[in-house]
Structures are given as C-alpha cells and as structure tokens.
Design a protein around this ligand. Structure first.
Ligand code: VAH
Length: 311
C-alpha cells in the first residue's frame, strides 16, 4: 500500500487519483492536514496527518502497513520565501518524519525536488544533472538539503529513495499555491475567463515547465524503474519545455486571438525566477529509466484551454 502526504495539494490531488486507478483505490492512503470534498479525498482511504507530527504519521503508516511513502507535503518557493523559519520547520521536519517512517517500515520512498535546487552560480543553459547547487532561496535550501538527506537514507539505511527535480508544473485540476512558476497556470485561467492576463514574471524570463500528466507519469515510471539501472537517486532533472511569458501568450492567441498579456513584475518572485536555470538537461533520466515527456507548449495549450472551457 502507498501512503501519500500532501495528497490534496497541486501534485498530490492528481497523483492520488492516478495511483488509485493503477493500483486500486484501497491501496492508496491519502493524507493531508485538512480534508476537502475533492476526488482525492473521497475516492479511497483518507487520514488527517500533519507531517510535522511524527507519531501520527508513523501510526497511520503502520495502521495500513504501507510499503511506499510518497511525500508531497511542502511549502513552495514564494510562500517559503515569505515565511523562511516556518518553511524550514515544515519542509525539513516533514521530510525527516517521512524518511523515518519509510525506514521503520522498510518502505520505498519518493519526494520531489525542483529546478529551485539550483542557484545563480549554476550553469543556466542545459543545466547538468551533476553541478553546483548554491540556491539563494529558502525553498532551494530545503530542496538541496532534502536531496542530500534522501540520498543519505539510501546509502546509510538502504531505504529505496527516489526523487525528481520538477520544473514548473501546469494543471487545470487543482490551482497551485505559492509557487513562482504559477503565472504559467494563472495565464490559462485568466485567458479563458477574461481574455487577458497581467504577469508578475517579466517577459524574457525563461523557466522549465511540464504539463501535469507528464509529471505524474514520470513519478510512476521512476518508482517502477529497475533499481540496478539507477546511477542517481535524488534527484533526477526532468523537463518538457522551456518558455518565457511572451511565448505562452502567443500560443494562447492561436486559440483566443484577442488575448492580451501585460506585465506588473513582482520583484520577489522575479528574483526567485532569475536565480533558477533557463533550461535543464534531463539526459540522465532518459538514459537511466527512459523518461519521455509527451506534452510540448502547443499540445499542452490545446488541452489546458479545452479542459478549462469545460470547467
Ligand atoms: C514553485 N512550482 O514555483 C514550484 C516549483 C520549479 C517550480 O518548485 O515554487
């Protein structure tokens, strides 16, 4: 059985539904700090778990005898930057508790890292799998420390930990909260609702992005990969595309001709975005476990607008 923390979050809410489709509803225990009425909360076992509460997390894991822990509960970059001490305690305390739970139950383990694990001194174009990590954000510090801690649990305790450095993720199911890349989600919602969008990220700011279906497939594919083929563990660069706001606006205009983008740059989130790569190199993921993204900007835009219009 699989236990997911942060199961009602941006990735967790769709991952929970997908894993239940693959492995069976009662095989996936969704946990989060609060419950809601979404499909992720209602389509199978749900438990209230605050990831900073180690005892409850372990109790729930033992109650369902889980053999896989997928730790998704965390604060994203912009929120973390506004509350750095809280972010450290939640992001690192939660991760430690989840790793300890996986160690006690000898369970497989997944948690996401991010392109946020790179900083201004990292090569910005085709950022390598193995390179300098000196992030200048609390979120980035959490992600680098998290990668090192997860590798430590693999080498020291033999916990089968695996991770992905996700780019910005774009989805129409659960609006994201507190990210820097979320302009690329908001723009689609605003295009459908109002035909225009004011971006807090400046034109010319390139960031790696990925459509949520590709992100979910990558998690399943990595977790089912042959461990003997993995030279890396925490965490693999993965990406589908890299674009700047003008490019996504132009793609939207192919479907909504009068769509307009204007700019009101948020210096805090712009500074975070400027510290991240323009594009990363995901050849290690391709070579070690056959990663392949299916959605590019054109295909994603068709699907996003179609699904949001239905919504
Ligand atoms: C964020 N969406 O913006 C997340 C992610 C790479 C970006 O880490 O913080």
């Amino acid at each position: 059985r699989i236990m997911i923390t942060g199961a009602l979050g941006q990735i967790g809410s769709e991952l929970t539904v997908k894993l239940r489709e693959i492995y069976g509803a009662d095989q996936v225990i969704a946990t989060d700090i609060r419950k809601n009425e979404t499909e992720a909360a209602l389509s199978g076992p749900f438990e209230m778990v605050d990831v900073t509460d180690a005892r409850t997390m372990l109790e729930v894991a033992k109650k369902y005898n889980v053999d896989s822990v997928i730790h998704m509960a965390a604060l994203l970059s912009a929120t973390a930057e506004a509350n750095p001490v809280f972010a450290w305690n939640l992001n690192m305390g939660g991760l430690m508790n989840a790793l300890e739970t996986a160690r006690e139950l000898n369970a497989q383990f997944f948690t996401p890292s991010s392109i946020g694990a790179f900083g201004p001194s990292t090569p910005k174009d085709r950022t390598p799998q193995d390179t300098i990590h000196r992030p200048t954000t609390m979120y980035g510090v959490n992600k680098v420390a998290g990668e090192l801690l997860s590798d430590y649990y693999f080498h020291k305790f033999g916990v089968d930990t695996r991770g992905l450095r996700f780019p910005g993720l774009i989805s129409y199911v659960t609006p994201p909260g507190g990210g820097t890349t979320d302009y690329a989600v908001e723009i689609y919602y605003e295009a459908v609702k109002n035909g225009k969008y004011t971006s807090y990220i400046d034109k010319g700011t390139y960031m790696d992005m990925m459509y949520m279906p590709d992100a979910l497939d990558a998690i399943v594919q990595l977790m089912e990969a042959d461990p003997s083929k993995l030279k890396h563990r925490n965490s693999f660069n993965v990406t589908a595309m890299s674009f700047e706001p003008e490019q996504i606006a132009a793609e939207i205009r192919k479907h909504i001709p009068h769509f307009e983008i204007t700019y009101q740059v948020d210096p805090i989130r712009q500074a975070i975005a400027d510290s991240w790569p323009n594009s990363i190199d995901d050849s290690a993921a391709v070579e070690e476990w056959g990663f392949k993204a299916n959605f590019d900007l054109r295909k994603m835009t068709v699907d996003m607008l179609d699904k949001l219009k239905q919504k």
